[in-house]
Design a protein around this ligand. Sequence first.
Ligand SMILES: Cc1cc2nc3c(=O)[nH]c(=O)nc-3n(C[C@H](O)[C@H](O)[C@H](O)COP(=O)(O)OP(=O)(O)OC[C@H]3O[C@@H](n4cnc5c(N)ncnc54)[C@H](O)[C@@H]3O)c2cc1C
Length: 607
Amino acid sequence: MKYGKSVGTNLEETLSNCLGEMKRKAPGAQNPRHTNRVVEVSSTAQRVGAVREPPSLAQAINQCFLSRRAFIRRAAAGTAIAAGAVNLAAASAQSVQTAQIVQDKAAAPLSAKEALKTEILVIGAGTAGLAAAVSAAQTGSQVVLIDKSETFTALGGDNAAIGSRLQKKLGIEIDREEIIQALMRWGGNKPDARLIRLWAAHCGSVMDWLLDMTEAAGVRTAIYFPTELDSNAALVDKWPDPTGFPAGWNYRNESPIEYPVTHRWNEGANQRALLGVLEKNALKLGVKIYYSTRAAQLLAGGRGRINGALAETEAGDYVQINAQKAVILCTGDYGSNPEMMRQYCPQAMELANSNANLKRALGVPFNTGDGHKMAMQMGAVMELAPHAPMAHMFHVMGTDAFLRVNKFGERYENEDVDTQSIANQCLQQGGYWVVFDEGWKDDVSKMGIGFRRIWRADAGIIKRFDSQVRSDRILKADTLAELAGKMKVPEETFRKTIERYNTLAADGKDIDFGKRADRLAAVNRPPFYAGWSDTPDFLAVMGGLIVNPRLQPLDDKGRVIAGLYLAGNTVGRRFANDYPVMLPGLSHSMAWTHGYLAGRYAAEESI
Ligand SMILES: Cc1cc2nc3c(=O)[nH]c(=O)nc-3n(C[C@H](O)[C@H](O)[C@H](O)COP(=O)(O)OP(=O)(O)OC[C@H]3O[C@@H](n4cnc5c(N)ncnc54)[C@H](O)[C@@H]3O)c2cc1C
């Protein structure tokens, strides 16, 4: 594809005021010349390479790419810090926090060597960005989608929805209002209820929109409770009594309650299957996708309206992408940015940077908060810290509510909690042992059906158990004294803890921590087992920028930053405290629901 021609036309249009200004000020300045060039096209995407532009054009862009308003805002951000002691009382907490992260980050003007023209620019090809690109392109708008990675980002595969056609077909009815109120409670009333309601109102129909595409592509979708091991996930084939579930089981009796909302593609946690379909649809609709292309700065035109971005190519050159209607920022979270983690999510800072295995295997090193920072440089404001981390914790028995003791051999909690809560208490205790006995294959059937619970000891679970015993991940001993020795916990304390726990189990009443009686699995049948855990899996941070209910960022005066929309983890005030796992797949769901809506809102902008 050649776009050199449109470069010339578009730059003339976009920069006409500024160039005119420059020409008036510098009569000798030359008209810009533009170089036609070819973009390398791969099967799924196009790459942008390097070209040379005349210096006069680069200078023009340098002077134009940030509006006066944006410069003033950036300067103000720096000033707020410089005068911190004096101004602190007057400044809102949000604007102080924003200023702290942006103050030294005011980007130096960059030189664009090339330009692209489009109506809508979507930055970030993850779950939110691909949904936004397809949604906007379906309206007939021209769309460019860029991502700094070599391909789109697909993680996990749980996707929550309320009221999808699949749920309706199965007869699953969930009270939206109940979910909204539960999410607000989980977040301690810190989320913006308007954003939660926006998601709740649309997630079912947007899931149907996804299903239109996945079904057409032959990708199967099913509803699951994502229990421990994908192969052992609890399929909801009918409702309210799915095949194989314990007789009389009712999700409302689970503790904690977990709703039947989780859609998965192609029989597994397989987000790639969904995003592959979205990418194909985007290309079919004419979306130009450029991978290995990093957005570096937003551009603003007259009256500070965002009208494009400067992006860095693989070759290290900058391309100006002019977006006549709007830019949609879908750059994910900032979990791979230690500085932002320290500032906005200090409680998970250690996790984000210590969990090397997870980062290597699964994490998103590309999510360095670029979108948050680019928007803040244009005046957007971060929601109050600390932000909610998504930190899951699974022990050798998944999340089952077996006895847990700390390194002193003491019991310390009601073990029947969700994965986030296990992570939270693990950090307080500095790690824990899960302790159980030979009866575990029967006991797991009492531990409930929920996120990463082992609900039946099938062949896959038994195989993994045996391999964990062989590798000493699970310690095995014929006596409790021997087990205590292997665990290196004080033997006397450990013995008393087990005796007390077994008494509570026999009494059927946990007067110490209030665990439900049916999950008090006594530890009295040798051999005995224990597995140590001390590092929760850090997955993402759910903190973002303050937006209005049309997903437009607001400045510190509450004014809309026109021409810019957000979706996915750049959107603030959706979560607080920690990530609510009562709706497994909520993060993806918010990403594609808000992505879809942002695509439509952006398309409604006039040129
Ligand atoms: C291992 C793992 C498993 C998970 N499983 C689940 C799950 O099953 N269900 C669930 O709901 N959530 C899950 N999550 C969380 C979920 O993946 C994220 O919250 C979600 O992807 C957020 O979507 P997003 O579109 O905002 O960002 P992402 O999907 O992370 O996409 C952001 C994209 O922006 C790109 N980008 C960043 N900066 C720039 C830039 N400057 N220029 C261009 N591109 C840029 C990145 O390369 C990336 O492709 C999981 C997370 C992890 C780490």
